[in-house]
Ligand binder design. Structure first.
Ligand code: ATP
Ligand code: MG
Length: 444
């Protein structure tokens, strides 16, 4: 028996996890200023939250981790995506009755899909996503895309583009489905088994097929745009106008259909053109959906959302040489010169920690040399030296590593001395005019 993580999953260790923390901090800041609130829903739901009627997507039909415990008739599924859980929760807690709609929600967390693992495709992966539910307005489609677009821009990503399309309203989509059925009628017997299923369940999904994508019948597929009614065209125009106004570049891709069967009107994908991304080039994707709120027993309401793969985002950043978070240095390392002062060292360390300094002390009674090696490895900015004589006198020695400046001070003055040593690095509030600061401290 060997113990290793299951295929398609990974451990995120210190050294790597800082990238995640940095992205999550940034995500929270963005959602905060856009007035989106976080929602956390269970990691598993009743299977029928995800598996709804005739859903033809691969995710629902082939990739779900579904289980049933012994002696239980309840079928549960590890969440493969969040939209369904969020809308279920929106209805369960009657958020549709809130006075200030739309509900604007975001989430960050792990999703599980049984896929063939490869770069940018795992069995447990993480998504940051948003859902805006309860108001149907093309300006919300715009805002929602703007949030994601400005977030990835703030990271410095450049090789990205927005692909956008419309699936129109029900009437337009039904007309298009009928046209697709007519188009594929003669060829469907020669196509893959998934396409045969899609033909019956939702012929739009055939356009996403990776097996039959080069078949002759694919070259002459009717275009969605020829089946849009006036209302759908107007809606799409307003979305595009909004993107123009906010300066968000996009390409209309009339082959973009997106998987989930509940999509209506706007669908989009933001893809990286960087070669490192390989076939897994979509960083985030989403669209508007109708019918989901009703499915869960709520009123007729529309929503829009997208989800971003954080692993793919990290690959995209690294491909463009963007540095995400790194392991933080220590502010101070507290050195004990003899085992007798170890407890005192811990209490000094605790005082520094209480004042916000990231610090550490020795728990192994190591030699001075060994402790200094830790100081180097952890890139401590200061050492606090604890020796018996000074403990007796109630004093302590502080040394700033950068310039070896050293001071012996009363224990009570230790924190103030640290503050002084590192003043320029600490946040500093001044009364200067914004943008016209004349004090000598630099602002970080
Ligand atoms: P794909 O066509 O790549 O399978 P999808 O349409 O299944 O994507 P969505 O359900 O729209 O993907 O999920 C949104 C985002 O989540 C994707 O754009 C991607 O960044 C990320 N994602 C989806 N599946 C995985 C996975 N298995 N591993 C890592 N990231 C994923
Ligand atoms: Mg997929």
């Amino acid at each position: 028996m060997n113990y290793q993580v299951p295929r398609g999953t990974q451990d995120i260790l210190p050294g790597e996890v800082e990238k995640w923390q940095m992205l999550e901090d940034q995500i929270r800041q963005f959602c905060h200023v856009y007035d989106y609130d976080e929602i956390r829903t269970p990691i598993f739901e009743h299977t029928n939250v995800f598996k709804r009627g005739n859903d033809a997507s691969d995710m629902v039909n082939k990739e779900m981790y579904t289980f049933q415990l012994e002696n239980s008739s309840t079928s549960l599924t590890l969440r493969p995506e969040m939209t369904a859980g969020v809308v279920r929760s929106f209805v369960e807690h009657k958020l549709f009755g809130e006075p200030d709609l739309p509900a604007k929600l975001y989430y960050v967390g792990p999703m599980c899909r049984h896929e063939r693992p490869q770069k940018g495709r795992q069995r447990i992966f993480h998504q940051f996503g948003v859902e805006v539910i309860g108001v149907k307005n093309p300006l919300l489609d715009v805002e929602c895309i703007a949030l994601g677009w400005s977030f990835i821009n703030s990271l410095g990503l450049k090789d990205l583009k927005v692909l956008i399309n419309t699936l129109g309203d029900d009437e337009s989509r039904n007309a298009y489905r009928a046209a697709l059925k007519e188009h594929f009628k003669g060829a469907i017997d020669t196509m893959c088994s998934d396409c045969k299923r899609r033909y019956e369940q939702n012929p739009l999904r055939i356009l996403d097929c990776k097996v039959d994508k080069d078949a002759a019948v694919m070259k002459t597929v009717p275009k969605m745009k020829d089946y849009l009614n006036e209302e759908s065209k107007t809606y799409f125009d307003q979305v595009l106008k909004g993107l123009d106004a906010l300066g968000i570049p996009y390409e209309i891709d009339d082959t973009l259909v997106r998987g989930l069967d509940y999509y209506t009107h706007t669908v989009f994908e933001v893809v990286s053109e960087n070669k490192e991304m390989g076939a897994q080039s979509t960083v985030f994707a989403g669209g508007r959906y109708d019918g989901l709120v009703e499915y869960f027993g709520g009123p007729e309401m529309s929503g829009i959302g997208w989800a971003m793969g954080i692993e793919r985002l990290i690959i995209a950043c690294e491909a463009e040489g963007i540095l995400l978070g790194e392991k933080a240095e220590l502010d101070a390392y507290v050195i004990s010169l003899s085992p007798e002062v170890a407890l005192h060292a811990l209490s000094v360390t605790t005082t520094l920690r209480a004042n916000g300094y990231r610090c550490e002390c020795d728990y192994q009674n190591r030699s001075l040399k060994a402790q200094y090696r830790t100081v180097d490895r952890k890139k401590a900015k200061a050492v606090i030296i604890i020796c018996e004589d000074e403990v007796a006198q109630g004093s302590v020695t502080i040394k700033r590593i950068a310039d070896k400046l050293q001071k012996t001070v009363a224990l009570d003055d230790m924190v103030a001395t640290m503050d002084q040593f590192f003043e320029a690095e600490n946040e500093h509030e001044c009364n200067c005019e914004p943008g016209n600061c004349t004090c000598t401290h630099h602002h970080e």
